[in-house]
Write a protein that binds this ligand. Structure first.
Ligand code: ACM
Ligand code: ZN
Length: 743
């Protein structure tokens, strides 16, 4: 009987939880929340018995009440609204909030008290300057120990004030780890007293590549760019983070991504050649030589770093270190011989092991990118898995701690929306829902292996993020979705999350002037083929009475029978703060709009959303954003266009993409065959002008001729293999095709 009652209680609790999670304003969503219907009104001065709050927590409470609601906190011993209680022997970092006639906050640690304060602030609603809170009970604790956000300050520099704001926002979403990427090829950003040239020289570059780095030809902005943090400033940020219960993990990159350090101390490279701080993005051959002098230098640097950062972990990078210099360096080869190493991968492993020993002696723990698995993992090393989950799985199998940070879900430098108006990014596509789906523990892991997964982290590389406004755009709201994946024991559905995000958190971010992305609110667009053209279908998300609903619109366009013309389609969407945003899109209307296509050569399924894309009147964006184009991994391509009946045409236009960095090349020859039932087949051959050596072929091809045709067959000949000296040399290039216009 007792078991039955217990079962019933557990069942009711579950129902209450599921019911309540759907209208809980707190993000990340707490483990349990039970809401009553009654609401209480709060004064603008909130009275608190702070006897159980330390000085910092009281200061944070005051600061947060002001920033969330412009309310103030006053101390009251006799009749306080909020009472804090410290509990012992309860789950680590857990807290509960009991809102009744009084608000009682119980917590197990200072850290969890801080989390409780954020949750309480999010429970308080502010409608027309009237503060209310619904009676409820919240019990909460984190699922993962490592809930991290990373920031690259080397590619672009962010000031102390900006870094503090980054930490402030992280803390709102209960992140506890800030991974500060302080050194890279393009800048050394931390003062090291023993080696002043690191910041005198290494913190400044003379030029920065413009546009996407794969743009041809490459151009540079020739302007001195840089900055660094003094040790005093570092201490200030460490303290600021600690007051928000955020631990900083500093990263000093080695042996690769070292060009800024080598610009200051070229003698630490294999060749000794003097080169500047790099102004281009990428992976560079010159890395730290593995000789003893370099190792001692880096240990000296780490010795200063560990005194500045009280946290347990120190990140030593370890990613993307080409071995070409080590292969040709007599000093590196001698280290291989003297230490009986098999090859340069074991040499990298030896290099990392020396850092591991050093950090371990200092009472710290080494963490590095998953390349540190190559050549054997150092005994005490933890692994940050970025090239997928595999490195993390392997490290966990070997009994090493792991932070999962796979590019597929956790790289916030990727695009988050498909609109052409998304700011230039490195590439990739990691929308909000993909981030939300992230689980740091892959399904195939057993319980023992899973116990080594500390948690997860998003990385923010800043090659394409020149300022803090754009940084906020790339990180929010994706960091909120990730906080769900890292905090929630059982996260609610994506739709539930989206409703809370838009209705409760977009207003908070608005209040704080956060330049978060509204990409999820923009209509998604689909083009379908109709009998006489195309139809543009738009779907957008709308918030009405606290509920999200879908709104659809469709615009049929009949193909022109005459000259090419432009049709404009109005687009409107709910902009998240009660306003409507407007835009228009242009459709290039031509004789082939919506025509049937026969792909005699099949496109790659990876870059083939829909076959109407070549005749939908829309152009792919440049630089290439990974979608809106049809991609072929073949060298010769045959496509037939069927106009349905005989038509008088005046010419044809085709366009292609030239993006050498992505192994995408425009073709070198196109042949066109026009087919009409009466005249049979007509062949018109076209070839681009002969080029002296390799130079890119044109992206745009125009053919002017008059003909009466029903079908047109295109044979597109690519360049065969990628020429020497270019990325992907010797491989078959990709061919990316855009709108095919029939005039
Ligand atoms: C990395 O993204 N190179 C760790
Ligand atoms: Zn060397």
């Amino acid at each position: 009987m007792f078991r039955k009652i217990l079962f019933l209680v557990v069942f009711l609790q579950c129902v209450a939880r599921i019911f309540s999670q759907t209208n809980c304003p707190i993000l990340p969503t707490p483990v349990t929340i039970q809401t009553q219907t009654e609401t209480i009104f709060l004064q603008n001065e909130i009275s608190v018995d702070s006897a159980n709050l330390n000085e910092n927590l009281f200061k944070q409470l005051q600061f947060l009440a002001k920033s969330y609601h412009s309310s103030s906190i006053v101390y009251s011993k006799s009749n306080p609204l909020i009472v804090f209680k410290k509990l012992i022997n309860v789950k680590q970092d857990s807290y509960s909030i009991n809102v009744n006639d009084r608000i009682i906050i119980s917590y197990s640690s200072e850290r969890s008290c801080y989390y409780a304060i954020h949750s309480l602030m999010q429970l308080i609603q502010n409608k027309n300057n009237e503060l209310t809170i619904t009676k409820c009970f919240v019990h909460d604790y984190p699922n993962f120990k490592w809930r991290g956000l990373h920031l690259d300050v080397a590619r672009h520099f962010f000031t102390v004030e900006e870094v503090k704001r980054y930490i402030d926002l992280m803390a709102v979403y209960k992140y506890n780890t800030f991974h500060w990427h302080l050194t890279d090829d393009q800048g050394w950003r931390i003062e090291i007293k023993k080696y002043p040239k690191l910041t005198e020289i290494g913190a400044w570059r003379d030029s920065t590549v413009e546009n996407h780095y794969s743009t041809n030809p490459r151009t540079y902005e020739h302007k001195r760019y840089g900055g660094f943090y003094t040790q005093e400033q570092i201490k200030e940020v460490v303290q600021y983070a600690a007051e928000r219960y955020v631990t900083i993990v500093p990263e000093i990159e080695m042996p690769g991504h070292a060009r800024a350090a080598l610009a200051a101390y070229p003698e630490l490279s294999c060749t000794g050649k003097q080169q500047g701080v790099e102004g281009l993005w990428g992976v560079f051959d010159d890395i730290f030589c593995s000789k003893e002098e370099s190792i001692v230098f880096l240990q000296d640097v780490l010795a200063e770093v560990v005194t500045l950062f009280p946290g347990h972990y120190v990140h030593i990078g370890g990613d993307e270190a080409p071995k070409s210099r080590w292969k040709e360096c007599s000093k590196c080869q001698k280290v291989i011989q003297d230490n009986h190493l098999k090859d340069e991968h074991e040499l990298q492993s030896y290099f990392i092991r020396r850092m591991d020993q050093f950090l371990t002696e200092k009472g710290k723990k080494l963490i590095g990118w998953d390349e540190i698995l190559e050549g054997g993992l150092s005994p005490n090393a933890a692994v940050m898995s970025w090239r997928g989950f595999e490195g993390g799985i392997e490290a966990a199998k070997q009994g090493h701690y792991v932070v999962m940070s796979p590019g597929s879900h956790c790289y916030f430098d990727h695009y988050q929306g498909k609109s052409k108006n998304e700011p230039l990014a490195i590439g990739g596509y990691t929308p909000l829902e993909k981030v939300y789906d992230f689980n740091p523990v892959p399904k195939e892991m057993n319980v023992d292996q899973a116990s080594f997964i500390l948690g997860g982290q998003a990385n923010l590389w800043t090659e394409y993020i020149p300022n803090f406004k754009q940084l906020e755009y790339m990180v929010y709201p994706r960091a909120i979705a990730l906080s769900q994946a890292l905090w929630c024991v059982k996260k609610p559905s994506y739709e539930t999350f989206l409703t809370t995000l838009v209705s409760s958190h977009f207003p908070i971010l608005n209040r704080w002037n956060v330049n978060y992305a509204k990409s999820i609110l923009k209509p998604s667009m689909k083009t379908i083929r109709t009998k006489d053209g195309v139809e543009i279908q738009l779907k957008s998300t709308e918030l009405k009475n606290g509920k999200l609903s879908e709104k659809s619109d469709s615009f049929p366009i009949s193909r022109t029978k005459k000259k090419v013309k432009t049709n404009r389609i109005p687009i409107a969407w709910y902009n998240g703060n009660g306003t409507i945003a407007y835009d228009t899109m242009s459709i290039t209307n031509h004789l082939g709009l919506g025509a049937n296509l026969n792909f005699i050569t099949k496109p790659s399924p990876k870059y083939f959303d829909s076959d109407v894309i070549l005749v939908d009147g829309q152009f792919g964006s440049r630089p290439w954003k990974g979608n809106e184009w049809i991609g072929f991994d073949k060298d010769s391509i045959v496509i037939e266009v069927d106009l349905g009946k005989k038509r008088k045409i005046k010419g044809i236009e085709l366009s292609f993409l030239q993006d050498e960095g992505s192994w995408i090349h425009a073709p070198e020859m196109i042949s066109i065959e026009t087919i009409s039932p009466k005249n049979g087949m007509n062949v018109g051959m076209a070839q681009s002008p002969p080029l002296d050596g390799y130079a890119p072929y044109p992206e745009k091809w125009e053919f002017d001729f008059k003909s009466k045709v029903e079908k047109i067959r295109f044979t597109i000949y690519g360049i065969g293999v990628i020429p020497m000296g270019l990325p992907g040399e010797g491989n078959v290039p990709w061919t990316f095709m855009d709108e095919l216009i029939i005039k």
